[in-house]
Ligand binder design. Structure first.
Ligand code: AHG
Ligand code: MN
Ligand code: MN
Ligand code: MN
Length: 323
């Protein structure tokens, strides 16, 4: 089996970017090690402070953030860093060619129940006419990503990664190497599984409620087939399932609550996942617009996320009156 290092070379990734990806992966191994030891490593429980979005941070949110930030700021290739757990953009090396954004620990509510959690990351080229600590470094469409990936700390630790080519899957071996275990991920165009937090139903637009009720109606309804439902509470786990066996994942606009743009963040959740999904043949939209075409307005901006099987995303769009 092929190492991620060799695969990056074969994919003709530039030496600088390959080195940067390996820096992210090295940090992820440190996080994976702490996650695996759990209570023994003293990483569970909540921290005292809140992040800029008003979420109470878990200890592991802070620990994972610090591990990634420290590793990236030590890299000569990193001009700027942005994170879910950082209020502002952090300046790195003024000569660095890339900027990196990450959700250090996705699925925080799963930490203390030993459930699936992960790290999501994305890399863009640095913007030369903006300062290294400027949000302008990240005011780029998701289409401009040069690399997107996540590490899922599940029963095995897995890495899904694209550097512009296919989305590939690697598994972390006991000797600390990520080895290629699936060369090209592919999401079937049709599906019979959906993933959504149904407890929010009353907050959704009537069209969104009707779409989901159509899935629940099963083969006796207008859709003419049964759908299964899964919700992990961690986007990494839910999107991973979609990449592995298909399906549609939705965190729609909550028109009746304060999360009127949904919950997920464009920069370090929606965009990297959208790139991985598109590179696997799926679709990822906020509504009429593809996620990757959204021009960011601010660093921690939230967007609705609907992604997965192409035909099912189209069925959602037509239910919403977009197609
Ligand atoms: P994070 O733990 O990084 O703050 O992200 C949590 C997100 C995402 O992983 C998941 O899809 C969603 O929150 C779950 O939201 P609900 O609690 O509304 O189900
Ligand atoms: Mn959070
Ligand atoms: Mn997250
Ligand atoms: Mn997080």
């Amino acid at each position: 089996m092929q190492s991620v290092e060799l695969q990056l070379t074969q994919d003709q990734v530039s030496p600088d970017m390959a080195e940067l990806v390996l820096t992210v992966l090295s940090a992820s191994k440190t996080i994976a090690h702490k996650v695996r030891r759990g209570a023994l490593a003293g990483v569970l429980g909540s921290a005292a402070q809140q992040n800029v979005q008003g979420e109470t941070q878990k200890n592991l949110d802070v620990i994972a953030n610090d591990i990634l930030k420290e590793a990236l700021l030590a890299s000569p290739h990193v001009r700027s860093v942005a994170s879910e757990e950082e209020d502002n953009v952090v300046a790195g090396n003024a000569q660095g060619g890339y900027v990196v954004a990450f959700d250090p620990l996705d699925g925080s509510s799963n930490i203390d129940i030993n459930g699936q959690i992960g790290t999501i990351f994305t890399i863009y080229r640095a913007v030369d006419d903006a300062a290294a600590d400027s949000p302008a470094q990240f005011a780029q469409q998701g289409r401009a990503q040069v690399c997107a990936g996540y590490v899922l700390y599940g029963p095995s630790t897995q890495l899904a990664l694209t550097t512009g080519g296919p989305s590939r899957l690697y598994t972390l071996d006991t000797d600390g190497e990520y080895l290629l275990t699936q060369a090209e991920l592919a999401i079937a165009v049709d599906c019979q599984e959906f993933s959504i937090n149904l407890s929010n139903l009353r907050h959704w637009a009537p069209t969104t409620q009707a779409y989901i009720q159509g899935l629940q109606a099963g083969k006796d309804g207008a859709r003419g087939k049964d759908f299964n439902m899964r919700w992990n509470g961690a986007m990494v786990g839910d999107v991973h399932r979609v990449l592995m066996r298909g399906g549609i994942f939705l965190y729609p606009a909550n028109t009746q609550s304060k999360l009127h743009n949904g919950k997920l963040r464009l920069l370090y959740e929606a965009n990297p996942m959208a790139m991985l999904v598109e590179k696997a043949g799926g679709k990822a939209v906020i509504g009429a617009q593809a996620i990757l075409d959204v021009l960011p307005e601010n660093l921690h901006q939230r967007v609705p996320v609907i992604l997965g099987a192409a035909n099912e995303v189209d069925a959602f769009l037509s239910a919403e009156g977009y197609a």
